[in-house]
Ligand binder design. Structure first.
Ligand code: SF4
Length: 401
């Protein structure tokens, strides 16, 4: 068994916003103290969809990394690296592709949907790179034998293909050469029904990793007094050798969905134009919040409103304490407070949250070499782990020379 490890990646989309912080980074900050974590800027994934605009990638990569550090990701605790700087990601994706049925890739839930959506916007994604994207994503995880992947409930189906590919790989390559003949030979000594049962249990263990089947087969062998101790031990050995886990199946580490709303009440997203940047300047944040839409019923200051119909209230839920929330509920419904007044605690909350982030980011903005050194170190550490996995992968695939 391999120790618990976490892998998570983020595309280089440029500077991050508060939605990223509340939805992903806060969780990473917590996880880095609980598990060994590999956090990667997955720049090759950016090329699967934006292969025509390579000029923006590099700046976006550095911006994302500074924002991670600003959010509190600690390079002493977690390994921060850039995907393309560890070429084993590409190699494992290629090798996994050798035995991946085309249909598995074509039936990934979002594949056809995304192609259609982007075709409407005049973009062509009928490329090999885009079809093969799940292989690259799977390689990202399996390369580090990361058995835990933090995802929200809505993304859980995406991990299913990674699990299927790991299972297929272990079934195909996880058995010693000549193992089958030797095991059959030894099992003959069990005779008739017992041999049949033994093979049934062994197959369950081999294909599904069914520990219960393993235990049952063990117990059965233990009670087979007609076999010599030597034969029993050989069969025990073949049983265990029936399943060698080279690439552990990743499990979902379910994370709570972020409720971070944007300025218009929809989910915060750069493409909706409703985001507040993690390191956005104070004046801009103040302006954005002050011009946020409110409950349309409050045309005049004297008109009462309903917080549930107002995007500002959703931000109070994130940033305000109970007494402020009570003040909003009461003041809005009785027209006791004005909207500008109501927005101030939200502005204060965002600025207070942002302050330590600005402080953490500053040294890297002052000296870009500092960031480069952290990332170079992370890439070396990631590569070391990746090479260890690849040595075994190459060996079982017959190219370990
Ligand atoms: Fe929204 Fe506050 Fe105005 Fe009510 S008082 S409409 S919650 S901004």
């Amino acid at each position: 068994m391999y120790p618990d490890r976490i892998f998570s990646g983020m595309r280089p989309t440029g500077t991050l916003h508060l939605g990223h912080y509340h939805g992903v980074l806060k969780n990473w900050v917590r996880l880095q103290n609980e598990y060994p974590c590999y956090f990667s800027v997955v720049d090759l994934h950016a090329l699967t969809t934006h292969y025509e605009s390579p000029e923006v990638i590099e700046q976006h990569v550095w911006d994302v990394l500074i924002d991670w550090l600003a959010a509190g990701i600690d390079p002493q605790s977690a390994t921060l690296f850039i995907q393309s700087r560890v070429p084993e990601h590409s190699e494992l994706a290629l090798l996994l592709g050798m035995s991946t049925p085309l249909g598995w890739l074509e039936r990934v839930p979002t594949y056809k949907e995304q192609i259609e959506k982007l075709r409407e916007r005049g973009r062509d994604l009928t490329t090999y790179g885009f079809l093969g994207y799940p292989l690259l994503m799977t390689a990202d995880i399996l390369l580090y034998r990361a058995n835990l992947v933090p995802v929200g409930e809505d993304q859980a189906p995406h991990l299913e293909i990674a699990r299927e590919l790991a299972r297929r790989f272990n079934n195909m390559y996880g058995t010693e050469p000549g193992f089958e003949e030797k095991a059959q030979d030894a099992a003959k000594k069990l005779g008739g029904k017992r041999a049949k049962l033994y093979f049934k249990l062994r197959t369950a263990y081999q294909q599904e990793g069914d520990d219960e089947a393993l235990e049952q087969a063990r117990a059965m062998l233990h009670e087979s007094h007609s076999l010599s101790m030597h034969d029993r031990e050989r069969l025990f050995g073949y049983l265990e050798g029936a399943r060698r886990v080279i690439l552990p199946e990743p499990q979902i580490l379910l994370t709570e969905a972020s409720r971070m709303p944007g300025l218009d009440g929809q989910k915060m997203s750069k493409s909706y134009g409703n985001a507040i940047g993690l390191r956005e300047d104070k004046t801009s944040i103040e302006k954005k919040v002050r011009t946020m839409p409110t409950d349309p019923a409050r045309v005049r200051r004297t008109d009462p409103g309903e917080p549930e119909k107002c995007p500002v209230w959703q931000l109070h839920r994130v940033y305000s304490d109970d007494s402020t929330k009570e003040w909003v509920q009461q003041g809005c419904r009785t027209a006791g407070i004005g909207c500008i007044e109501c927005k101030q605690p939200v502005i204060d909350g965002i600025l207070a949250e942002q302050q330590p982030m600005l402080e953490r980011a500053q040294p890297y903005l002052d000296d870009p070499q500092l960031l480069r050194a952290i990332v170079a170190n992370g890439c070396d550490k990631a590569r070391e782990a990746a090479q260890e996995t690849m040595r075994e992968v190459r060996e079982v695939m017959g190219i370990g020379y």
